[in-house]
Design a protein around this ligand. Sequence first.
Ligand code: F6R
Length: 592
Amino acid sequence: MCGIVGAVGLNNPTEYVQKGLKMLDYRGYDSAGLAYFDNGIKIIKDVGSVEHLMSIVPSNIISNLMIGHTRWATHGAPDIRNTHPHISFNKHICLVHNGVIENYKEIKDFLFEEGYRFYGETDSEVVANLLEYYYLQNKSITESVKKVMSMIVGSYAIVGFTDDNKESLFVFKNASPLVIGIGDGFNLVASDASPLVKYTNRFIELDDFDQAIIEHHDINVFDKDGNRVKRKIITKDIELISHDLKGYPHYMLKEIEEIVPIIHRITSTYYQDNKFLFDKQLIKDLNESDHIIFVACGTSYHASLVGGRYFENYGKSASRFIASEWAFHPTFPGQKPFVILISQSGETADLIHCLDTIKKHNLNNLIITNTGGSTLDRNCRYSLLLHAGIEVSVASTKAYVAQVTLLALLAASLQNDASVIDDLKHCVTVVEDIQKNYKPMIQKVASELKDKTNIFYLGRSYDYFLSLEASLKLKEISYIHSEAIPGGELKHGPIALIEEGLPVIVFITDPSTAPSMRGNIEEVKSRGAKVYVISTAELAQQGDTIIVKDYAPYLSSVAISTIAFYLAYYVSLAKGLNVDKPRNLAKSVTVE
Ligand code: F6R
């Protein structure tokens, strides 16, 4: 987690660093800080948000070099001592770090023996000191970085500078994202490209174990053996990485309302002129495999539950695993399994851990991600991009719909079944209808739910998968405890929790499960629950709360997840909470 930025040669780096950190604070917002060069290393940092940092940074800093950091606490409390940037014991090295150094304790012990003392508890401060330890011996920052990288184990993107060179930044990375932006007379770095696009459209993405020395007019990249290497200069579609709120009050609302164009974009990217456009070899490999293993976390895991069912519908056996579970106890069903990883960010540490296992066992694999150039995009055998545009709100919405849409297309392409295209087209009309006509209705439900402490979601089959996502969304941003229960499981335990007035939100969109769901409604109603039914026209009954147009039931996560997202959004709003940045969470979970 954590967002990092750096600038060298820029006239007003303070503006870049502050605005850049603001764009990256989806990666963490416990504390923030920056450092610059003014007759030595100067640091300004504090606990709290980037906005708070902005309020304490003077406007008249004169420095062409600056680094900044917004933190999601891992090692050590979110207090000032652990806030980045960190300075080494003898004050020669200053750096910011995103990632986790697994063996920092033994390095700390070693440095302690060498006389080093530490002001905080972070693994990052240990790296600053280790770097200084070698820098004082060999006076070469590239040699010192090389040595440090050979010793530290874990994930890191590090940007820093020394107290004797105000002309250059050093950066090095492994398994954490870092993009260099190439300017005219200046150069920039950041955790993702969004802060850079205002300044340049030319980027370099470093490989793992690369280091670079970045100066006003020059960028020198070295591989892990210290050889100077050239990394490809790439350009990016600025619209897809723009942080412009476009008049919306929150990113979450904006992102929910981008769902329709995203469904169109994914469909036209992967299906044109009556043909699926997936890599032929990928489809061949998927068809030849005898089992699909899905691994993912959180919302992406919920998408994998739906996707697994899609593959089963086309005759493939499939298992779905939470990545952090599979990573430690991997199972390999079938003789020729194929692993599909799903990750909006492409940086989730639990999935990167899975990828190590996948590679160790030489399993064929595909990442479905929204982030081109991310660690998983670069390191998986196949990659399919969601093209959903950057998702800033911590609670994922459009990326979930994009994942399910892409999985529906991919599964259908195994048997060249184009019916999915019409089904998706029709879904779009359902989503449009919800966006246009249903918000007042959903707001009314939200106002009834906002003071509740427990809320249940019920569904079966696809509607259960949707319930899981609806429940996660609600708890994430409203802090209301919520559970999703498969209708059939109710009487096997959870019904004991039903009491007078408990809100139960029920999805009924599938003819095959609707009668059983109606039975479940009677069971909870008779025990005092306040039931809100979301149904399709064909299955609706009098008294249902929200009735939407019919659609192919297998697409409920595409067609009506928008209702669940709006509901969570309006509950959070009604409670006066920070919709886009809920407490304790970060957008990109780069720690296990
Ligand atoms: C919830 C949410 C998270 C992520 C999870 C995995 O709204 O966004 O549950 O889905 O942290 O992240 P990715 O998809 O980036 O691997």
